[in-house]
Design a protein around this ligand. Structure first.
Ligand code: RIB
Ligand code: CA
Length: 315
């Protein structure tokens, strides 16, 4: 008896890797039902992340997916963006048409609250792919939804990989560390995809060629996105291609056995100027702090890319 598709809300700051995560989710309707996409300021400002999310839905042939603009700035800090990684548009690389589908009138935070209150408890998974501002705001405004969340599967943080925006912090957490602290202390079931695993999901030349070889507008756009997106990591880390951070979140929903990790305590630095946004992951269990997150450290990259490419071929 086939299982019902898992109902998810994607909270996102597209971003080329966010875009590929959205495409992977929309290419898997038998496994995943995207109830809506909420956008947040992160890689680029909110107006651009909200435009880019709709561009990607239309690229996937899914202008029916409702897109809701969320918070335009972190809870208490000034917004830090990442045009140096994603380009001025946030989706540099492919030449894609402006969206025709409208943005929903409802605020993204209200959509998250309303959906969690409407759907049966424990049946909606939140998939944050950017700073956690929307999620934290929803939890703060409506604490009753906390126990109704099935699981939070997020991209963010780092331990062995340390930082990508500062020496100690990963971008999504660094942009809004107060929001990350609210989510990490929320008591929700959390699975984290940190840089420790995403830096092992690299779009090598061969993998980029496999996207292009799909011979479809989606395959071409994804190849062009990763061609652009890889510059930052190649220059900084000498990586052998773009790290597909956000698609690991969706791949976890599709094939969790591709991944390995530990259920450990993870906390975030919100005070120190030196290490602001650092995720302190007790990977070696040296403290008595209670475990609060499944912290993923590794994946079967070959199988990850073959599933991703096979699914993208369906769009
Ligand atoms: O640090 C990587 C994360 O920051 C990814 O989600 C990327 O899209 C950016 O938001
Ligand atoms: Ca992102």
């Amino acid at each position: 008896m086939p299982k019902d598709p898992r109902k998810i809300i994607i909270d996102t700051d597209p971003g080329q890797d966010d875009a590929i995560a959205i495409l992977l989710a929309l290419a898997s309707p038998e496994d995943i039902e995207v109830l809506g996409i909420t956008t947040v300021a992160g890689n680029v400002p909110l107006d651009l992340t909200s435009k880019n999310a709709r561009i990607v839905c239309e690229l996937a042939g899914r202008p029916d997916v409702p897109v809701f603009a969320g918070c335009d700035a972190p809870l208490v800090r000034r917004l830090v963006t990442a045009e140096h990684v994603h380009g001025k548009s946030g989706l540099d690389g492919p030449d894609l048409p402006d969206p025709e589908m409208p943005l929903q009138d409802q605020h993204g935070v209200d959509f998250i609250i309303e959906t969690l209150r409407r759907e049966p408890a424990g049946t909606v998974t939140l998939c944050p792919l950017g700073p956690l501002t929307n999620i934290a705001t929803a939890f703060d405004r409506a604490p009753d939804i906390l126990e109704r969340v099935q699981e939070i599967v997020l991209m963010g943080g780092a331990y062995f990989e340390v930082g990508n925006i500062t020496p100690t912090a990963e971008f999504n957490i660094y942009v809004d560390p107060e929001a990350a602290e609210i989510v990490l202390k929320s008591g929700a079931k959390i699975t984290m995809m940190p840089l420790d695993v995403t830096h092992k999901a690299l779009v090598t030349r061969a993998r980029n060629e496999a996207f292009r070889a799909l011979g479809t507008p989606v395959g071409k756009a994804v190849a062009e996105m990763t061609d652009f997106f890889e510059r930052f990591d190649r220059e900084k880390y000498g990586s052998d291609g773009a790290p597909l951070h956000d698609p690991t979140v969706i791949a976890w929903l599709l094939a969790p056995r591709l991944f390995t990790g530990r259920f450990i305590n993870v906390e975030v630095e919100t005070q120190s100027k030196l290490t602001l946004g650092m995720t302190v992951a007790d990977w070696w269990r040296v403290t008595d702090r209670a475990p609060n997150a499944m912290f993923i450290g590794d994946l079967d990259a070959e199988r990850f890319f073959s599933i991703l490419t096979e699914r993208l071929a369906r769009l």
